[in-house]
Design a protein around this ligand. Structure first.
Ligand code: MN
Length: 503
């Protein structure tokens, strides 16, 4: 359900007429070569499309307006091979509604020491041409990504590719629909927020449904669909004996499959990209959806529990950023701590809904049935597994009243120290950076939520790029974080976000 190759980023080179036709033709040829190389790069998940050289204010404005209305165009990469006087860019850049990266590169890697002459100097001017362009972007206070380095370098291509993934996630949010089955978990604050402001700022729309609408789709699931689904479970998972055919709880497996079929049909028919559930509103459903949610997340849907639509949308955005990359993305919650002399750890999990894309590879997740002890429904079926080991990031978005804030913490997922035979849910154990004491204090001062989107594939830089495109605050907690500095940053940001509205 995620297809990054449908998207285009346009490669746009600015120049002017002063240099003469011959130089402009060379600029265009070089520019095309760079666009083709970026498009072919293994790091680039979307198409990069070369656009004709821009040398006049009208052409620049026309290109920006065309980019705004082109459905598949999600952003621009700009480059000034020669000098392009930046007053020419004002009309275009002030009209542009799509994100852009400024690639500060030059065609040649090294100075041709024995050959360099004035013709070469006239052609290869990015070192100052890009500074003129940078000035007008800063003067206009435009958010953009600046990437510096030679265009053939893996690091530069990879930086642009990661940015393109953040841009794709942004494009994916525009017009996206989030289905909300039931409302918020009663009295919970952080999962609430201003949905109208979210739509204005983020572009996605949250559609509320009574759980009865979902129940109807679940009841409409056909026997053939349910059989096909239970067969998929038996093929893909280590299914506990009581749930198998002839087992005393096989009915629960079939009920779980019925819920998944109904949810899938509902979400597909409505063209939704993310959804929420709440255990406080399950009238007519036999179980809290567990396995169904886990599998829908695996297939690319965003999810938030207890009505958490902001996290549902964020999980979806990170699924788009991570598409085709190793490592997964899941809804997550800081569940419980392990204070230890060798480093305080967090056990992350949820009641049921952890995505199997983060599971340790090579081990079939266990499909089991156990009591939930909350919600007053039948025991739900769920996948149980250990998460993969490695560096990951947890992220949340909160509505702070005057603005949205994104906070992220880089963590290191480590081996579970001892077997957890009675823990009935999928889980990850991690050391937050720089340590739990600093990370948790900073997170709490920032008002960070207990729900997060967790990923091995998405980087802090990508989230920062994404937050800047969205125009929201970004706070990172990592190995460099100190609580006092972090608190001061919170104060400065409060001021900055108030003042910047007036600039
Ligand atoms: Mn929760």
């Amino acid at each position: 359900m995620i297809d990054l190759k449908q998207y285009e980023i346009w490669f746009v080179t600015g120049s002017q007429h002063l240099y003469g036709q011959e130089t402009l033709e060379q600029v265009a040829a070089h520019s095309r070569e760079i666009a083709v190389a970026l498009c072919a790069s293994v790091y680039m998940p979307v198409k990069v499309v070369f656009k004709p050289l821009l040398t006049t204010p009208d052409a620049i404005r026309d290109l920006c307006l065309e980019a705004n209305s082109a459905k598949n165009c999600i952003g621009l990469i700009t480059w000034m091979h020669t000098f392009s006087p930046a007053k020419m860019w004002i009309a275009g850049l002030t009209s542009l509604k799509k994100p852009f990266a400024h690639l500060h590169t030059q065609y040649n890697r090294e100075i041709p020491w024995s050959e360099i002459d004035m013709n070469f100097m006239n052609l290869n001017q990015a070192a100052h041409g890009d500074r003129e362009f940078g000035f007008i972007c800063s003067r206009l206070r435009l958010e953009r990504k600046v990437v510096v380095g030679h265009w053939q370098d893996a690091e530069v291509q990879s930086e642009l590719g990661r940015w393109a993934r953040a841009v794709a996630a942004w494009a994916d949010w525009q017009g996206a629909k989030v289905a909300r089955f039931g409302d918020n978990m009663r009295d919970v604050a952080v999962t609430e927020g201003d949905k109208v402001q979210a739509q204005i700022q983020f572009g996605y729309d949250v559609y509320g449904y009574g759980v009865g609408d979902l129940v109807k789709a679940v009841n409409d699931a056909s026997d053939a669909e349910i059989n096909q689904m239970t067969q998929a479970y038996l093929d893909e998972y280590d299914v506990t004996a009581v749930l198998r055919h002839g087992g005393e709880r096989n009915t629960s497996l079939c009920e779980g499959a019925r819920i998944e079929v109904g949810m899938r049909n509902f979400l597909t028919a409505g063209n939704f990209k993310a959804f929420t559930t709440t255990f406080e509103d399950l009238h007519g459903l036999t179980q809290l959806p567990g396995l169904a949610v886990q599998r829908l997340m695996r297939d690319g849907y965003g999810f938030g529990a207890e009505g958490d639509w902001k996290t549902a949308a964020l999980v979806r955005a990170m699924k788009v950023m991570a598409d085709g990359m190793p490592g997964g993305v899941s809804f997550m919650e800081d569940y419980t701590y392990h204070y230890s002399a060798t480093g305080d750890r967090v056990l992350g999990a949820h009641m049921l809904e952890v995505c199997e894309s983060i599971a340790k590879p090579g081990v079939k997740p266990k499909l089991d049935i156990l009591p939930l002890s909350i919600g007053g429904k039948s025991d739900p079926i769920r996948l149980i597994f250990d998460a993969n080991i490695g560096q990951a990031i947890v992220t949340s978005i909160m509505d702070m009243g005057q603005r949205f804030r994104m906070v992220a913490n880089v963590v290191d997922v480590v081996q579970i120290e001892q077997p957890l035979p009675k823990l009935p849910v999928a889980h990850a154990l991690w050391l937050p950076r720089p340590n739990l004491k600093t990370a948790a204090a900073s997170w709490i001062y920032a008002g960070g939520a207990h729900h997060t989107s967790f990923s091995y594939a998405v980087s802090a830089e990508q989230l920062h790029d994404f937050a800047e495109i969205a125009g929201i605050e970004f706070l990172l907690i990592d190995e460099n974080t100190q609580v006092q500095n972090f608190k001061e940053k919170l104060r400065w940001n409060d001021m900055s976000y108030q003042i910047s509205k007036g600039i």
